[in-house]
Design a protein around this ligand. Structure first.
Ligand code: 9D3
Length: 241
């Protein structure tokens, strides 16, 4: 899958892909990441990318032309059908279903803005969809673009190793994860739950499932409405209540 990001701060994007899962995905040619700076698509000698808002008010607005030229340049050098996503606090909040949908595309063009945002005519004419990463204010769209790319990449077959994708199996999907422990067996007089030392794999799996259900019930009851449960799980949930 190809990702092209339009941004005034390309270094911010490239840094991220020097580490971990996404670095390996680039090396294995499962994803490719390029950045495009609207400043390179200006026509005046000061390379102006922003201007004051019509109607007055604080802050600056990214100009239409440099953004449009950047998107045109991206589309010109790619044959794949592409979707243009504008990262915006006004967008639909991204969830796992949206990530899955995006992971089935061949080419994503992501627009990361700064300042107060972009000229509305760019959105009306060049953008397919506006996405937010949550109800809190950030300083720009670069972190949101990285959030989307990171999460979408993890859904592309081959990006995660067997070990990394194992906990997406049917019982844990859609639930909060059970607690983890590692050596030593006792730290500051806190012991590891005995069951985890028993070697009884079936009992351990059941304990973990119960922990997941209990935690999800406590912290995110909204998630429980989204999925169906086995008889055993339903019984356990009734016991919690
Ligand atoms: C005071 C008006 N602000 C809107 C509520 C202006 C404004 C603040 C911050 C406009 C843009 C931004 C920068 N944020 C993003 O570009 C952004 C974002 C976010 O701030 N939160 C969650 N998701 C996203 S996606 C892009």
């Amino acid at each position: 899958m190809r990702f092209d990001i339009v941004t005034l701060f390309p270094e911010l994007i490239h840094q991220y892909f020097q580490y971990g899962v996404v670095k390996r995905a680039v090396e294995n040619q499962l994803i490719s990441v390029d950045t495009w700076n609207p400043r390179d698509y200006t026509a005046d000698k000061h390379q102006t990318v922003d201007d004051k808002p019509y109607g007055g008010g604080p802050g600056m607005v990214l100009k239409y032309q440099p953004l449009k030229e950047a998107v045109l340049a991206i589309k010109k050098q790619s044959s794949a059908k592409s979707r243009v996503v504008y990262l915006s606090p006004k967008g639909q909040v991204v969830d796992n279903q949206k990530v899955k949908e995006l992971s089935e595309l061949d080419h994503l063009i992501l627009i990361s803005a700064r300042y107060e945002g972009v000229d509305q005519r760019f959105i009306d004419h060049c953008v397919d969809e506006e996405l937010s990463v949550g109800d809190y204010i950030l300083s720009g769209g670069e972190l949101p673009a990285l959030v989307v790319i990171d999460s979408v990449s993890r859904m592309i077959p081959g990006v995660l190793g067997c070990d990394e994708s194992a906990n997406d199996d049917s019982f844990s999907a859609g639930l909060l994860e059970f607690p983890h422990y590692t050596r030593p067996e006792i730290v500051d007089s806190m012991a590891v739950p005995k069951i985890l030392l028993s070697g009884n794999h079936q009992a351990i799996a059941q304990w973990r499932m119960c922990q997941s259900l209990k935690l999800t019930h406590q912290r995110r009851p909204d998630l429980l409405k989204l999925r169906e449960f086995s008889k055993e799980q339903t019984q356990y949930l009734e016991d919690i209540e």
